[in-house]
Unconditional design. Structure first.
Length: 475
């Protein structure tokens, strides 16, 4: 009896791996020509499985043409705000600072370096070199509750100051300059100093730890060549920050934080015969928490702790709320700048009122019903938060009461007398216009006190504010 010679084995395989890390591998081997059709059907099924798996795991992608004569390019997701799970804590802490009327501090940032020393010749530094930029962005999430001062890269400002010093910087106009020969018009920008605002504190530190694979584990079960597998792994990073008083160089507070970065890998393998066909199928996916995002979160929590220390507002409650929410602060808004304290009647001092319509060096004297309107730094416009104060002033004016309004702003405003008078005049005019559109005739609104043109002193009012003028609304 003759036996037919066995045909050479035909082997076909499909292997696919996506950048999102799901892997599908299908292999079949047919040991008989008569079963090639069956193998092709199995290969078709495997191919469809690959396509469906990758389609389900891949992000949204489109092919778009940037220009009519260009080849289309692959486009993924759109740009978004870089959010973290503790974004809401910044909004919460900022609101607490505003609500408690804490002084608006000026904060700067120095170097926040990578001190881990982990470097690969192929991949470069393992840890971001932009720690200081992350700290700046974290402080920016607090809106107007604090003031950010630039100290990290001052090259442009220093260059322009050098141009001013050499009388080379202009703004396209002319400026009046008082000289021994009299007043002259000059094309350069005069500079009298004092325009750069000081900072109260600055933050420095670094990323100090990067510990690979501090824990890992996994397992695989195969029964008849079929079974699942799984693996987990953990690494960690650490950051150390401190906040320093700019004037005394005293370290006010320090924080040392660590965060674990986790990852996993799962899969399902098949390596067995189905009939006379050998199938080798591998399905799987792996994912890892973004390392640099973990660094950002650790730095952000450090910033919360340091700002809480210098403002004496405990951030822990805000942090607990943000973490309990379990998702980034989608749509959260920065805190309202604390430029406008809520209007509450202020007690009049015992001093007699100043003469109407005249500037005096004496402190402002008040009578009648009293309010305060606060302005942002260098801004003559009335903020939206002052709307309720304006309405109360209008109501008292409509009741034929004498109303005294203090024009106040942050005590960090330190202008020349001429600049101060100009800014105060704009603020008073804007207040008069706001009252006029609400029915208070401008003739009833008069300035009863403001510093004399030669007065360079500051009239402080509470923590962090100064008085620029007093306006009276008469019956």
């Amino acid at each position: 009896m003759k036996t037919q010679p066995r045909s050479p084995a035909s082997v076909t395989s499909i292997t696919s791996m996506s950048t999102m890390n799901p892997a599908v591998n299908c292999k079949t081997s047919s040991f008989s020509r008569g079963l090639i059709g069956t193998s092709r059907r199995w290969m078709t099924a495997c191919s469809l499985l690959v396509i469906l798996t990758l389609t389900g795991c891949a992000p949204m992608m489109t092919m778009e043409k940037m220009a009519p004569d260009e080849a289309p390019v692959l486009m993924g997701s759109s740009v978004r705000n870089n959010r973290t799970p503790i974004d809401g804590a910044f909004t919460c802490l900022a609101n607490e600072i505003v609500t408690q009327r804490k002084p608006r501090l000026s904060i700067a940032v120095g170097d926040v370096k990578d001190y881990t020393g982990k470097y690969s010749q192929n991949d470069g530094s393992a840890i971001t070199q932009g720690g200081a930029l992350m700290v700046y962005s974290a402080l920016g999430k607090m809106g107007g509750a604090i003031r950010l001062q630039e100290r990290f890269d001052t090259r442009i400002a220093e260059l322009e100051l050098a141009y001013i010093d050499r009388r080379q910087l202009g703004d396209g106009g002319t400026h009046a300059l008082q000289t021994p020969q009299g007043q002259e018009s000059v094309p350069w920008v005069p500079y009298f100093g004092g325009t750069i605002l000081r900072s109260n504190y600055y933050i420095v530190g670094g990323i100090t730890e990067l510990n690979y694979n501090i824990q890992s584990g996994g397992g695989q079960v195969l029964i008849g060549g079929v079974g699942p597998k799984a693996r987990t792994f953990t690494m960690s990073i650490g950051v150390d920050l401190r906040i320093i008083d700019t004037q005394t160089l005293t370290v006010v507070d320090t924080v040392s934080l660590q965060k674990q970065i986790v990852g996993f890998e799962v899969g399902f393998d098949t390596f067995r015969f189905f009939g006379s066909n050998l199938f080798d199928i591998n399905l799987g996916a792996k994912n890892m928490e973004p390392l640099q995002l973990g660094v950002r979160i650790a730095l952000e929590q450090g910033v919360l702790d340091l700002i809480g220390a210098v403002t004496q507002v405990d951030p822990q409650g805000c942090l607990d709320k943000a973490l309990a929410a379990g998702k980034p602060g989608v749509g959260s808004k920065p805190a309202t700048p604390p430029a406008t304290p809520q209007a509450s009647p202020i007690a009049p001092p015992a001093a007699p009122p100043a003469p109407m319509g005249k500037a005096t060096n004496a402190g402002p004297a008040l009578g009648g019903t009293n309010y305060q309107i606060a302005y942002e730094f260098g801004d003559p416009s009335i903020s939206q938060q002052s709307g309720s104060v304006i309405e109360r002033i209008v109501a008292d004016a409509a009741a034929h009461k004498t109303v005294e309004v203090q024009i106040i702003a942050r005590d960090t405003e330190s202008w020349s007398p001429i600049k101060r008078q100009e800014l105060t005049g704009q603020r008073v005019r804007n207040l008069r216009d706001a009252l006029a559109v609400r029915g208070v005739h401008p003739s009833r609104v008069r300035t009863t006190w403001e510093p004399a043109a030669t007065d360079t002193s500051i009239r402080r009012d509470g923590a962090g504010y100064q008085i620029f003028a007093v306006v009276s609304i008469t019956p």
